[in-house]
Structure formats: C-alpha cells, structure tokens
Design a protein around this ligand. Structure first.
Ligand code: C2O
Ligand code: CU
Ligand code: CU
Length: 537
C-alpha cells in the first residue's frame, strides 16, 4: 500500500495512561515466547475493576426483565462513579423495573417475531430520539433525526422485531448532536433471540451473564473532575479511557469452558483490532460465530478481527483446558489507521483535543480475563454449521455507486452530497421490494469510514483494492473476510477500497418511508457525512 502520512491531528497525543505494577504470576495455555506482547503481565495487574455484567447490577449495564411489557426509558443526567474520585455526569436512559430498582441504559431482550414497545420520556433539556440500530423498522420507529422528541415530551416506539437473533443496540440520534449525546452516555444494548440461538446456547452449555457476556466497548474523554467531554464540531472523538460496560481497566473471572463474548463497538470514532493475548505468548485464536445480523453459516477461526464503530462481533473462546489462575488479555492490536486525510481543512498544529488518549491504531489492553473455579460438565462440541441467512448474490441487482471523499475545506462527502447541504432532503427514492448493489468507493486521501444503513441489513458481495491488513484476511475470491460472511448493518470501507453490498428493500410497510445512509464515525455523521433516501410503493 502507499505510505501516506498519518494525520498529525491525532499524532500529538500524550502516552496512554496504563500504569505498570508488580509482575503477575501465571502464564497461560502453554503458548509462550512469541513476539509482540512485551510487558503485558506487568500491565495486567492494573486491571482490577470487576467488569459490570449486563444483568448483574442495578447500575449501568443492567438487563431488563420486562421484555414484553412496555418499557419507559427516561433520559436525564445521572452522576455515576466511573473513575476514582468524582462521579461522572452520565446521560442515561433510566428505567424503573418491576422491583422498583432504577436501571440505567438497560440491556433489552426481545424475541424475533415479538413486539418491542418502548416509550421515550425525554427529560434531557434538549431534543433527542432513540434509534434502533440495525432493526428493520418503519420511519416512525427508526428514531432518526427526522422525528425529534422535544424536552418534556413522550414518544412511543412500537414495532415487530423482524431481525434475526443477534446483538443490536439503541442510541440517541438527534440531528447534529448524535456524537455529543452518545459520548455522554445515551446508548444501550438489545439482545434478540430465536429458537436457533437458544439451541446453540444449550448445546455449548452457555449461561447468559456467566459465560455468555455482552461487552459494550466505548472510549470516553474524561476531563477535570472526571467530567465526560465532547466538543461539537470536533473531528473523530476518541477518548482517554476505554470502558467496557462502563468499567475502566476491567477484569472478568471466567470458568474453564467455552467463553462467548458478544462485542458491540459503541465508541464515537475508535476502531479496534480485537485479539486475545498472554504476557509473552501468541494470540489465542477464537471462533467468529456472528456479526451485526446474527450467526454466520459456520464458525470461522481467527486470531484478530477489526471492530469498527457500531459493529458487533460474536466470539467464542475455547477455555476448556484452562486452569484456575491462568489469564489472557483482550486487546486492540496495532494496525495502520490509514488516516490519510492529514491536514485537509484542519490547522497543522491543532489544540490537543484528547489529552491522554491512545492514538488510533496503537496497541491497547482492553479486558483482563482471569480463569477461576471448576470446569463445567455441560460444555458440548462446537457445531460445524451455525445458521444460514439464505441470501444469495444477485448479479441482476441494480448498481448504485457511492464515493466517500473529503473536500479541501475538510467537509466529508458521499458523492456530491452532504446532509446539511441537502437540507436533510431525500437524495433518491427506491422502489420497495427492489434489490440493489451499492458499490462504495473510499478515496485514497481519506480515512476508514464505517458506513451504516438504516432500516435494512445487507450482505457484502465483494471487496476490491483492500489494504494489506484487510486483504490478508480474505477467505474467498471476492475478497471477503469472515466478518463479511453474514448480515451487516455497518461495513468498514478503507482508503482506496471499494466494498459492494447487496440490499433487499422489501418490507411490510407502505407509502413513503425515509431512512439514512451515513458514516458511523459520529463526528462525520454530525458534520453531514450522511444522505437521506426514501423507500416508496
Ligand atoms: Cu447507529 Cu444512524 O445510527
Ligand atoms: Cu442505525
Ligand atoms: Cu467517516
């Protein structure tokens, strides 16, 4: 690949805040003396905070029992102790459960075919919405900026869950303020289940909250008095702490057996390259079971996988022969961030917006997994087939090209569109029921863009001109990686690359339904790297 300079905006950062400590004792799994993980055991000792587990505490990350009954989510500001010292002013969706406990950003559960009914009670002091990310909904239930909910008002979302089983999420999506509101905390997870999913859990002997864990990963920028900071009109808002389920430097105790981790990248802009490492050992391979839209056709063995903002990964780790006391570290491995947009429309020596943040693309330790307790008897074998989405590639699909690029002024564009320049109007209409192939090309002078479609999931039909770090993961002649083998709602397009996706615009709604297609780097979205389109009769 071309060696284009990295963006100086993000090069002038202080070193990451990982404290060294005493040397931990145990190695793990007999994988020793390979390269790349120097000093990991020293750093691992600073991971001391018990991971918040959805379903296990009344704080952030709690699961809701009330899946069928109507749920009221009230927006507001709730100080929560996150780092040592002062509580942080987190913006949350609060819910009072049947037992009268107040839950913040509850994890919601739904079954395919059931209805999800949630009322938003907005007490934020500003407009907001709840966008149901990844869900096949109509416009009124999409929670986009087209339907803002004013302060003091209520809005009822009520839709049939038409999606496959998988991990989805919900977040604020008010016009121009999505980055701010999500960074401040307005996001939660939704777990969708169906019979196939439940039988996989049974077969592997998995228990939700014990060895089947959802991990919402987001970096936040903390300032004085632990305040969470976000500046409107900033670019690429990365943070100086990576939190998992709102836990900094988290540690999780796993029993020997299968460990399923369902990751959601709920960060504004940070891209991770997920791997599992020991202090001096190799990366422990994992099985990729699923992505945004649920289970893949079969498990894919991988050592590292990119996880872009808004994407989900369903991973299985084999800890069946692990011994108590052994540990491994979930990390983000170094990668080339390809921020080739250096200096365009930005001052050469900008203010340090993210003091303490680890620059994009550098190694980061994310979660310490420590093995404790006895192995279970129940762990079965991993099936060789998982699930089929049953969607074939259609060569007759209508082609629609998109180009991602940056103007000299620093404005991100999709073709000749920018949401603000288009005043939020629809830039094209699509006949309901048609199948299209969108060919999304990212310029070389650009950066990676995780592009996201509202209302419909899609399959990837091919990747061309991928950078080496992506091309080396390809598993078919179309250039697709394991991550591309299922249904997605967000796909990462690297500089120089063209990614083709196939979308079936069938839906059981009528009239005109308006949706969005945008970059899920939330600062890019807020700056208008988004188009509106309509699906019509
Ligand atoms: Cu998750 Cu339009 O966004
Ligand atoms: Cu969305
Ligand atoms: Cu972008």
């Amino acid at each position: 690949m071309d060696q284009t300079p990295r963006n100086p905006r993000r090069r002038r950062l202080l070193a990451g805040g990982i404290a060294a400590g005493i040397v931990a004792t145990a190695g793990y799994f007999g994988l020793k003396h390979r390269h790349g993980n120097e000093g990991l055991s020293a750093r691992a000792t600073s991971f001391r905070n018990k991971l918040r587990i959805p379903g296990a505490s009344a704080r952030l990350g709690e699961a809701s029992e009330a899946a069928d009954a109507s749920i009221v989510l009230q927006t507001g500001i709730h100080p929560q102790p996150i780092l040592e010292g002062a509580a942080s002013d987190i913006w949350t969706y609060s819910h009072r459960n049947a037992a009268g406990q107040l839950q913040h950003n509850p994890t919601l559960f739904a079954r395919t075919g059931s209805r999800l009914k949630v009322s938003l009670d907005n007490r934020l002091g500003d407009d907001t919405t709840i966008h149901w990310h990844g869900f096949a909904v109509d416009e009124l239930n999409d929670g986009s900026g087209l339907h803002p909910v004013r302060h003091g008002q209520r809005y009822d979302y009520d839709f049939e869950v038409r999606n496959r089983a998988g991990l989805y999420w919900y977040h604020a999506h008010p016009h121009g303020q999505t980055g701010l509101q999500v960074h401040k905390g307005l996001a939660g997870l939704v777990v969708v289940e169906d019979d196939e999913e439940i039988s996989l859990q049974k077969r592997l002997g998995l228990t939700w909250g014990v060895d089947d864990i959802a991990l919402s990963i987001s970096d936040k920028q903390f300032g004085p008095r632990n305040k969470i900071i976000h500046e409107i009109a900033a670019d690429d808002w990365i943070g100086n702490e990576v939190l998992i389920n709102w836990t900094p430097d988290p540690v999780f105790e796993a029993r020997p057996g299968w460990l399923r981790l369902r990751l959601a990248n709920t960060s504004n802009a940070r891209l991770y390259r997920i791997a599992f490492a020991s202090d001096e050992g190799a990366n422990l391979p994992f099985q990729l079971l699923g992505t945004d839209g649920g289970l893949l056709d079969k498990p894919y063995r991988m050592e590292t996988a990119f996880l872009a903002p808004a994407q989900r990964l369903d991973l299985l780790l084999d800890l069946r022969s692990a011994k108590a006391g052994e540990w491994l570290m979930m990390r983000s491995l170094a990668y080339d961030p390809m921020e080739n947009d250096a200096g365009i429309g930005m001052p050469e020596d900008p203010a340090m917006e993210h003091p303490g943040a680890v620059p994009m693309g550098e190694n980061m330790d994310l979660l310490l997994i420590r093995v404790a307790g006895e192995a279970r008897e129940t762990a079965g074998e991993l099936p060789t087939t998982l699930s089929a989405h049953g969607i074939g590639i259609r060569e007759d699909a209508k082609r629609r090209p998109f180009r991602l690029w940056i103007q000299d002024s620093g404005r991100w564009m999709i073709n000749n569109w920018n949401y603000h320049l288009a005043h939020g109007g629809d830039v094209f209409e699509i006949a309901r029921g048609s199948v299209e192939r969108w060919e999304i090309t990212n310029e070389m002078v650009s950066m990676p863009h995780p592009v996201h479609l509202h209302g419909f999931q899609f399959i990837v039909t091919g990747r061309t001109k991928s950078p080496k770090q992506v091309a080396e993961q390809a598993i078919d002649p179309r250039g697709r990686t394991p991550h591309d083998m299922g249904l997605l709602d967000t796909v990462l397009v690297w500089p120089g690359e063209t990614v083709s996706i196939q979308i079936d615009f069938s839906q059981p709604y009528s009239g005109k339904q308006r949706y969005m297609f945008h970059c899920h780097n939330l600062e890019h979205e807020d700056q208008g790297m988004m188009i509106g389109f309509a699906v019509t009769d």
